[in-house]
Ligand binder design. Structure first.
Ligand code: CLF
Ligand code: SF4
Length: 482
């Protein structure tokens, strides 16, 4: 892939607006050995998610707990978007699907089992699937996501299967808070209601974390942020999980609508706003790595995070597809990605040096942080037409850093080639706290409206960080915009 630079054209907004009030939060450094373990895992590495894909296979129907945000007619809300029904597969079908997808999408590096139920409530299906895939495609990383109740019993088996990435969903470390999230827990053939069950779940989750640490298996913790229930509690959760060796904390928003049929959905429990989510993520950052690029995938998701190719691989279709798995072809694709990543890293570095050397940066005593909204199809580039963006990636930029802080879904502006005024208003509202939109192209009409709303429009096709820095130097530092 080339990262050809095109001229950046910027349009100035018609009115100035205030700063975003962002606070910069640094994250702990990652050792070289850890980097090697996560470099092609799209969830564990933010930069990998621009290039590598993952797939889930839905082989686990049952669950052993009840979460108030889940209705198991639908996918698991721990790792999937509720309201999307998936086809259940046998382990043999799942392994065939994995091999088919590995041939068709050679940048697919990870196979995850993440629902619709809990993988360890269905251990035989889970482990059989992993065994079949490991035998036939050893270059695919295996990944599993669990509520943790049965984890301590299976860490040895997980280790023996060379599963190096395990996610536990931990929404509380205080059973009094957990009581508002979990009505019951089914443990060793007995159903425990209320706080009695929550205490068991909590204890097992903590044991599971420690067992993963002792077995040197990388652990990510997912936490569903539920305003008014566990939002203020989240720093405590963060501390408890990092004390027990978790590597990454993915704090993700509750998705809750009445039509999902969940307890929370039916009782009006809302999810957090993007700002509320970022505030909590920022509070927990600085102590351990925070994942901000999660897309809350469905249990049968296929493709890059944020892209959904599962419809191409329904059971009816993939069972008819021949396996075209080639370890050599996949390795060649990986080498290309590594080269692209190296070229991007060079551009990032050059852009950082240029900003630091600019007279404005040298004379400026303050370096305010601003947010920018990026339209991208992946590859780490600003490379998408504004009108085709279904989501914007949000970066926080200051004199020292360009940091990804989240993504925001929007309605398609271009629908059949013409813009819709209502969706444009919605998009502008969604990114109104940003200073600029960075896109490959922005049509004249949305450009005018974006400028009216106080956003710069930057048209470019280049590495995201380089474009963001150039905008920052030219339009924030130079004009003392804040
Ligand atoms: Fe799947 Fe989860 Fe493994 Fe990733 S997803 S089992 S760790 S391969 Fe990733 Fe999807 Fe977020 Fe999960 S974006 S929902 S964190
Ligand atoms: Fe649903 Fe997953 Fe909770 Fe089980 S652990 S109830 S499948 S969200």
């Amino acid at each position: 892939m080339t990262t050809q630079h095109q001229t950046i054209t910027t349009a100035t907004p018609s009115k100035k607006s205030g700063g975003c009030g962002c606070t910069s939060t640094s994250e702990p450094a990652v050792s070289e050995s850890l980097k090697a373990r996560i470099e092609n895992h799209p969830c564990y590495s933010e930069s990998a998610h621009h290039h590598y894909a993952r797939m889930h296979v839905a082989v686990v129907p049952a669950c052993n707990i009840q979460c108030n945000f889940c209705n198991r007619k639908y996918d698991c809300a721990n790792e999937s978007r509720p309201g999307v029904v998936s086809e259940l597969l046998t382990p043999e079908e799942a392994a065939h699907k994995a091999l088919v997808v590995a041939g068709k999408i050679p940048q697919m590096s990870v196979l995850g089992i993440a629902g619709p139920g809990d993988p360890l409530a269905n251990p035989e299906k889970t482990f059989r699937t992993f065994e079949l895939v490991a035998k036939q495609a050893p270059d695919i990383k295996l990944c599993l996501s669990t509520n943790g109740l049965m984890l301590p019993d299976y860490v040895d088996r997980i280790k023996a299967l060379n599963v190096d990435h395990v996610t536990i969903t931990i929404n509380m470390v205080d059973p009094a808070i957990g009581e508002k999230i979990y009505p019951w827990v089914h443990y060793r053939r007995k159903r425990y209601r209320g706080i009695e069950g929550v205490k068991i779940l909590h204890q097992r989750q903590m044991e599971g974390l420690e067992a993963l640490r002792d077995a040197d298996i990388l652990c990510k913790v997912n936490s569903v942020l539920i305003p008014g229930i566990n939002d203020e509690h989240m720093p405590e959760v963060n501390q408890a999980v990092r004390d027990r060796g978790a590597f990454l904390h993915n704090i993700m928003p509750l998705i809750s609508k009445p039509e999902h049929g969940t307890y929370f959905g039916l009782n009006g429990q809302r999810g957090p706003t993007p700002k509320e989510l970022k505030t909590v993520q920022d509070k927990c950052a600085g102590h351990m790595k925070i994942m901000r690029h999660c897309r809350q995938c469905r249990a049968d998701a296929v493709g890059l995070l944020g892209e959904d190719r599962s419809a191409e691989f329904t059971k009816e279709k993939f069972m008819e597809m021949p396996v075209d798995y080639s370890a050599e072809k996949r390795q060649a694709v990986r080498s290309d990605i590594q080269q692209t990543e190296a070229a991007i890293a060079q551009k990032r570095e050059a852009a950082a040096k240029k900003t630091a050397a600019s007279p404005e940066a040298q004379s400026s005593t303050e370096s305010p942080s601003v947010l920018v909204a990026v339209a991208t199809k992946g590859g780490g580039l600003v490379n998408q037409h504004f009108g085709h963006a279904k989501e914007f990636m949000i970066y926080e930029v200051n004199g020292a850093d360009v940091k990804f802080v989240g993504h925001r879904k929007v309605a398609d502006y271009c629908q059949g080639g013409y813009g819709e005024a209502a969706s444009l208003a919605g998009i502008i509202d969604t990114i109104s706290d940003c200073k600029a939109v960075l896109a490959a192209k922005v049509g004249p009409c949305p450009q005018k409206e974006l400028q009216k709303a106080g956003l710069f429009v930057v048209e470019a096709y280049d590495v995201i960080e380089a474009v963001a820095r150039e905008f920052y130097t030219e339009h924030v530092l130079k004009t003392v915009y804040i």
